[in-house]
Design a protein around this ligand. Structure first.
Ligand SMILES: [Zn+2]
Ligand SMILES: [Zn+2]
Length: 266
């Protein structure tokens, strides 16, 4: 059984600045506990859900935009028990770990010295963390070293595309996954470069053919038009079950996939 908890479902500049949705990233629990893209408010969201930062095994940061990395340093302190226990893994794009093209590094030299290991990955690189094989995937984004992730878990392959335009290479990297977490920033008919909107998401899902799609990283305009409406469009166009995630919802991936929203089931 693998559990994916959404510590936030907002993304892009203004949804983040005004916290139209939370932006704490995604927490995956399998044989390893993996926190992906801890943006502003990640620590507060963990406190609300009683997730102990000291039990995190790996912090993954796909690229050097603040909605994906700002809480990383305090969470590294959490993972390393205040910096007193050298444990855990930090994985990021080159921009996040080393600094590149005017972006980053996103983590101070001191915080980079705390975990047991820290590494930058490029598309195609693979690393195993406590039984979960993590593969870096390509993106087309304004931070050129941005990566996505493909997790080979006990419950099948879970893909996280991160911020990206649609492209043949990106599609190829995620084909065959069971669950796909897709960052959809803009609504239907409102395309912008370096991100996917709902039209792109439908086309992407049609080509990748996962079993279920979890939409997240909603921008202001998309939220004002309604996230559910975007999910319905993607599902109708692609024929693949598509769910617009909400803050603090969790997805239990076992023999079947069950979604539990905070306070109610669906
Ligand atoms: Zn973003
Ligand atoms: Zn970005």
């Amino acid at each position: 059984m693998t559990t994916i908890t959404f510590l936030g479902t907002g993304g892009g500049r203004f949804a983040t600045i005004y916290q139209a949705r939370r932006t704490g990233g995604i927490y995956i629990s399998d044989s390893a506990r993996i926190h992906v893209d801890p943006g502003p408010g990640a620590l507060v969201a963990m406190k609300k859900l009683s997730i102990d930062p000291a039990r995190t095994d790996a912090i993954l940061i796909s690229h050097c935009h603040p909605d994906h990395y700002t809480d990383a340093e305090i969470l590294i302190e959490g993972m390393t028990c205040g910096g007193f226990g050298r444990r855990g893994v930090v994985i990021g794009s080159k921009s996040v770990i080393e600094g590149e093209n005017g972006f980053g590094p996103a983590i101070s030299r001191y915080h980079r010295s705390l975990p047991e290991s820290i590494m930058s990955l490029k598309p195609g690189d693979r690393v195993s963390v406590d039984g979960v094989l993590i593969e870096a995937t390509p993106t087309i984004h304004s931070d050129p070293t941005s990566i996505g992730f493909r997790f080979h878990t006990s419950s099948g392959t879970i893909s996280y595309v991160s911020d990206s335009e649609i492209g043949e290479e990106v599609i190829k990297a995620h084909r065959g996954c069971r669950v796909i977490i897709l960052c959809v920033t803009r609504p239907l008919g409102s395309r912008i470069s370096y991100h996917m909107n709902t039209d792109d998401a439908a086309e992407f899902v049609k080509s990748v053919c996962p079993k279920i799609v979890l939409l997240t990283h909603f921008g202001m305009k998309l939220l004002s038009e309604g996230a559910e409406k975007q999910a319905k469009y993607v599902e109708k166009e692609s024929g693949v079950k598509t769910v617009a995630m909400t803050d603090f919802a969790s997805v239990h991936v076992g023999n079947d996939v069950r979604i539990r929203r905070k306070g109610h089931r669906n």
